[in-house]
Design a protein around this ligand. Structure first.
Ligand code: NAD
Length: 446
């Protein structure tokens, strides 16, 4: 859907009217349509800032250089595309003054669509807990300030023992595949083992992925994106969406599977299909989802049941079947679509938020047990993404949903698909049990 406000806000004739009316000016966002690349940051200027007593700067320098970025020194001036701050030595809230002092002189000269990445210590113990909290508040506020230029700011809190696993995270958060992710905090850990091969391009070559609800919207974009990374994609959706599913599979060389994810015999059928046709599965993306929005007082039992059956029960039952029979292979990846509504709650969505919050809690609780087999499990919480699901909303609700975030616009299905591809990659072994919001730092649940 065209963003008319964005068009008007940037046209010389209509821009003054948009300003006069006090309407937001959505920036144009830098996006990369293609797959991940070995030289992902090639042609981009990165400024690496080192806070006192930090332990991450040398690793960060190697990662940025390895990804092809040109590393600037503060004296070079110019407009950096990437600013990375090693704040890992920041062990109390006062020491966060470093973050202020180092970023203050450069933040006004960021290139549009720049990436700011702060790297801090995890909040394992006081006093570092206070420092970790301080950096979180700092990053979230900074993200709101830089968002109007299409820039993002995120924080990674990493312990020294997980530092060697930062490569994939830095590449993603400093590149243009993370366009609609801002104000987020990631805590990589060393729970699941590191796969022997961690390719930075063609990251999913030889892998088999299942994407539910892939006939349209986020699921479709995800199937396309995983195929771009080299995966063979099993695209599952309702029989009613058979034509779209077939067209998609022809386009990406995928395999169509018509099914109702909530039907009682679906988990066994899918498990047997993946086992007999491919000898197993490497990635499962639980994307199929539905809404039946109504206030609790007016919600029918069938509206409640349908949402729980598709958005929660089907996810648990299918995962169970794939794990019980060993169909999901070692070092597998499970990615579940949750929602910012699950985090913040939403009017008329008791059923939807109930199911989607259950997913977040279940993901967090499942990570440790799955780590023994090197499997990771994560949730994505999209905010307002422009799809058929959100196009059903009344105009005013829809317009509010699109604008109430730091980037002042809706995300695209491809933005979520990029996050799925990021979490599905072998390099993402340090992230499990997490929920990552893809919401442009929506005020809902951000
Ligand atoms: P969509 O409605 O555009 O597409 C959903 C797909 O799932 C459709 O192809 C549909 O046929 C399929 N599906 C529904 N029920 C199914 C079933 N029983 N069995 C098999 N397939 C089924 O939705 P979307 O906007 O692309 O959302 C995808 C996921 O992201 C959902 O889980 C949704 O809750 C979540 N999400 C979306 C947004 C957003 O803004 N669009 C925000 C937060 C979360």
């Amino acid at each position: 859907m065209t963003d008319r406000l964005q068009t008007f806000a940037h046209h010389w004739l209509t821009a003054p009217v948009v300003k006069l009316l006090g309407l937001p000016r959505p920036p144009f966002l830098g996006r990369t349509a293609g797959p991940f690349a070995a030289q992902a940051l090639s042609g981009r200027k990165a400024l690496l800032l080192q806070g006192a007593k930090g332990y991450a700067a040398e690793t960060l320098r190697q990662i940025l250089a390895g990804a092809g970025a040109t590393i600037l020194s503060p004296a070079d001036g110019g407009a950096p595309d990437i600013v990375v701050l090693d704040a890992s030595g920041c062990m109390n809230a006062q020491a966060c003054r470093d973050a202020y002092a180092l970023l203050h002189p450069v933040i006004g000269s960021l290139a549009s669509n720049a990436r700011v990445l702060l790297v801090g210590a995890p909040p394992a113990q006081a006093p570092s807990a206070a420092a970790a909290g301080a950096l979180e508040g700092f990053t979230r506020s900074l993200a709101k300030e830089v968002g109007r230029y299409g820039a993002t700011a995120n924080l990674v809190q990493v312990a020294p023992d997980a530092l060697a696993r930062m490569d994939w995270i830095v590449r993603f958060f400093c590149g243009h595949h993370s366009t609609y992710i801002s104000g987020q905090v990631l805590r990589p850990h060393a729970l699941a083992r590191v796969p022997a091969a961690q390719p930075q391009a063609a990251t999913l070559a030889g892998k088999v992925a299942l994407v539910t609800g892939s006939a349209r919207g986020i699921g479709r974009a995800t199937a396309v994106r995983l195929a771009q990374e080299g995966a063979t994609v099993i695209c599952a959706d309702l029989a009613a969406a058979g034509a779209e599913l077939d067209a998609l599979c022809t386009q990406i060389g995928g395999v169509a599977l018509q099914l109702d994810i909530a039907a009682p015999d679906t988990p066994a059928q899918v498990q047997q299909f993946c086992q007999s046709r491919f000898g197993g599965l490497d990635i499962v993306v639980h994307n199929a989802g539905i809404t039946r929005d109504r206030t609790l007082a007016r919600m029918s039992a069938s509206e409640w049941d349908a949402v729980m059956a598709v958005n929660l029960e089907a996810v648990l039952r299918l995962t169970d079947a794939l794990l019980q029979h060993g169909t999901l292979r070692d070092e597998g990846r499970i990615v579940c679509l949750s929602s910012t509504s699950a985090i913040a709650g939403n009017f008329g969505q008791t059923n939807y938020a109930c199911a989607k919050s259950a997913i977040i809690a279940w993901v967090a609780a499942s990570a440790a047990a799955l780590a023994a087999r090197g499997i990771t499990i994560n949730a994505l919480a999209p905010g307002f993404i422009d799809t058929a699901m959100t196009r059903k909303m009344p105009f005013t609700t829809r317009e509010a949903g699109r604008r109430l975030n730091a980037l002042r616009q809706a995300g695209l299905p491809e933005d979520v698909a990029n996050a799925v591809a990021f979490l599905s990659a072998p390099g993402a072994s340090s992230l499990s049990g997490a929920v990552l919001r893809v919401c442009g730092q929506s005020i809902v649940g951000a």
